[in-house]
Design a protein around this ligand. Structure first.
Ligand code: SAM
Length: 198
């Protein structure tokens, strides 16, 4: 299957089907779950996977209902809508209490898509990702401009970001400046999936 032809999220679970046997035990973290559609696919495809799901409180509450049948193997991490809150705070607390070293085999980063939030998310995930595990970045070419957050629709965006930032592909910036140059990461699916090799 040509993963480049699939939507980014379908590309995620189709790739996972290629690398994880259906009955395998592994841990999957998703940052930005929205309605939990990708998480549901992961639950259904991998009955022994453990999931760590991060998003705003409202979306986590909805996912708890939608994924109730799988609740015994899902850890939920809600955060508030406060301006400087994000899944990075939840990750920081997880790192603070974690005594087991690497705990994630797969991290799907599909949340803010901004450098201010997700550059840090990459470094925090790296702390928790096992060697051999994967970092998966959604939407390499995404920009604030033209998205549902375009300042034409959401004027606060123009107060929070510069014109340059609004027009910059910020996921691309994270991948190109932080992930690709790191010799511990190997590009597996171009512009999307990187394996931690050391
Ligand atoms: C594109 S949607 C995720 C789609 C989902 N991964 C899927 O495959 O169906 C982006 C999600 O990121 C979440 N998000 C964005 N910024 C966030 C933040 N600062 N803290 C927590 N969640 C955030 C949004 O609430 C939204 O649900």
């Amino acid at each position: 299957m040509d993963l480049a032809q699939l939507s980014p999220t379908a590309g995620t679970y189709h790739f996972m089907k290629e690398v994880f046997p259906a009955e395998s035990y592994f841990s999957y973290a998703e940052f930005g779950i929205y309605k939990g559609d990708t998480a549901r696919h992961v639950c259904e495809l991998f009955p022994n996977a453990t999931l760590f799901l991060f998003d705003f409180e409202e979306n986590i509450a909805r996912a708890k209902t939608a994924l109730a049948a799988h609740a015994h193997r899902i850890h939920f991490f809600p955060n508030s809508q406060r301006y400087n809150d994000s899944y990075n705070w939840s990750l920081g607390k997880l790192i603070a209490t974690n005594t087991r070293g690497g705990i994630f085999d797969y991290c799907f980063l599909d949340g803010a898509h901004t450098y201010a939030v997700d550059a840090l998310t990459f470094f925090l995930c790296d702390r928790l990702l096992r060697v051999g595990g994967y970092m998966d970045f959604d939407d390499y070419a995404w920009t604030l401009r033209g998205s549902s957050l375009d300042p034409a629709h959401v004027p606060q965006i123009a107060e929070q970001y510069t014109e340059e930032q609004i027009g910059t592909q910020q996921v691309k910036m994270i991948v190109d400046t932080l992930v690709r140059p790191d010799p511990r990461y190997e590009e597996i699916v171009p512009k999307k999936i990187y394996q931690k090799v050391a």
